[in-house]
Write a protein that binds this ligand. Structure first.
Ligand SMILES: N[C@@H](CCC(=O)N[C@@H](CS)C(=O)NCC(=O)O)C(=O)O
Length: 220
């Protein structure tokens, strides 16, 4: 088996998959894609016609997989005894739901706000910002009784949460009153897997249009 991840170190969806890989200690080859480079774009498109990363290629079966959540579920077969998606149906449903919340109601509005800034479209971003704020409130309620967002074990949903929260913090501040969310973010940041993706992203922070809003502690 040889796994290759096509990725960029700044990309939040790539962080999600990298966290799963680092958590399990699964060996893989990292293939950095520069979307500004035609040859790199052609390479990525040859694996996934939508030309978005992350994409995982498995030499076993010569298989290319797009979509961060699907990749993480696929990686469970190589991850030993701690799957990122629990086997039990009820637990798996909760994990998948929270994965969807982070992707659809945090990452999607985050991408809208970032693209608006990159392309200077000056569109009204109050809707996407409100979605992120609503997600913050949902997370606070969900964390009333547990450390991780969807399960007693660190899961796919936490892989999704870490990059979503890292970047949304730069756009929509977390209110002081949301103490459980603030504590959860700090717990995520203590995971060596999360620390590693942020250290690897650091040399590229200057490409992020809201770089000035990344807290100093991540730049040191
Ligand atoms: N639903 C996809 C989203 C992937 C995605 O949007 N990736 C972004 C980077 S974070 C990308 O490739 N953007 C480049 C582009 O759209 O041209 C996933 O979960 O992997």
């Amino acid at each position: 088996m040889a796994l290759t991840l096509y990725y960029h170190p700044l990309s939040s969806y790539c962080h999600k998959v990298l966290i799963a890989l680092y958590e399990a200690g699964t060996p893989f080859n990292a293939h950095l894609i520069n979307l500004g480079d035609d040859a790199d774009r052609a390479k990525l498109s040859s694996h996934w016609a939508h030309c978005k990363f992350p994409v995982l290629h498995d030499s076993k079966g010569d298989r290319s997989l797009p979509e961060s959540s699907i990749i993480i579920e696929y990686l469970d077969q190589y991850a030993g005894t701690k799957p990122m998606v629990p086997i039990e149906r009820e637990r798996a449903l909760r994990v998948r739901l929270w994965d969807r919340i982070f992707d659809n109601y945090m990452q999607t509005p985050l991408q809208q706000i970032v693209l608006d800034r990159m392309y200077q479209t000056n569109a009204d971003m109050s809707g996407p910002r409100a979605q992120i704020a609503t997600s913050y409130r949902l997370i606070e309620e969900q964390l009333a009784t547990q450390d991780w967002i969807a399960d007693a074990e660190f899961s796919l949903a936490d892989c999704a949460a870490a990059p979503a929260l890292f970047y949304t913090h730069t756009l929509v501040p977390v209110p002081e009153a949301l103490e459980k969310l603030r504590g959860y973010f700090e717990r995520l940041l203590q995971r060596p897997s999360v620390q590693r993706v942020l250290v690897e992203a650091k040399p590229y922070f200057n490409l992020y249009p809201f770089e000035a809003d990344i807290p100093q502690r991540f730049k040191e």
